[in-house]
Design a protein around this ligand. Structure first.
Ligand code: NI
Length: 221
């Protein structure tokens, strides 16, 4: 009988601690971790004075940075999240231009999302989905030595982008306050790059449309 009452107590404690782990209206959840942006870009051909240069294009590599996401719970199940990060730096590859690299750029992709947490209070694991708006600003664009030497390139600029972002994520509570977190976003990021060259001003439209991933820890208060 001791065994049975022990089991009852253990189950009751487990339920109580689980109940304390759900996200609650009015809470802040701060999540920090390693963030990776993996562009799934598709590039139009480069254009000079409106004429497309067939077989040309650009590409972007992946980049990692420190990500920070803060959620405020509007209700027990709906939160609003702001995603921020330290700058991501990407190499811009060249296709069909006889050089490897056009240059590089940094970007910041702040994103604000409305999130929905479907599970009830009893679950220490809280998955969520979100939809929101991404604003991406490109800065410190620089031309590679190759592009300067081969094309006389200078003044690389990438337009800022505003677009939709969708996400899924999961919080795994370690305690009432600490949690592990993993999240993935797909962001609609489109930009136009411009570059002065010996041929004239070059323009290229690129859909960057990356997947972004973050794995880290979170704290609730
Ligand atoms: Ni796009």
């Amino acid at each position: 009988m001791v065994t049975r009452s022990r089991i009852t107590v253990v189950v009751a404690l487990a339920l109580m601690s689980a109940a304390a782990q759900a996200h609650r209206e009015g809470e802040f959840i701060v999540r920090a971790g390693l963030a990776q942006v993996d562009p799934k870009e598709s590039s139009d051909s480069l254009e000079v004075a409106g004429a497309a240069l067939g077989g040309t294009g650009v590409g972007l590599d992946s980049a990692a940075a420190l990500g920070l996401a803060a959620t405020y719970m509007l209700t027990d199940k709906v939160g609003i999240e702001v995603l921020a990060a330290t700058p991501f730096q990407h190499t811009i590859a060249a296709k069909g231009l006889g050089i490897d690299r056009v240059g590089s750029t940094k970007h910041l992709p702040p994103t604000i999302s409305l999130q929905y947490y479907p599970l009830n209070a009893g679950s220490a694991i809280q998955p969520y989905v979100g939809v929101g708006l991404n604003y991406t600003t490109f800065f410190q664009e620089s031309v590679s030595g190759q592009a300067k030497a081969a094309l006389g390139a200078s003044n690389l600029e990438l337009d800022d982008s505003t677009g939709l972002a969708v996400q899924v994520g999961v919080d795994w509570h370690l305690s009432d306050r600490w949690l592990l977190n993993a999240a993935v976003w797909r962001m609609d990021i489109d930009t136009t790059g411009t570059l002065d060259t010996a041929l004239g001003r070059v323009k290229v439209d690129v859909d960057v449309d990356p997947w972004a991933y973050m794995v880290g820890v979170g704290y609730k208060f």
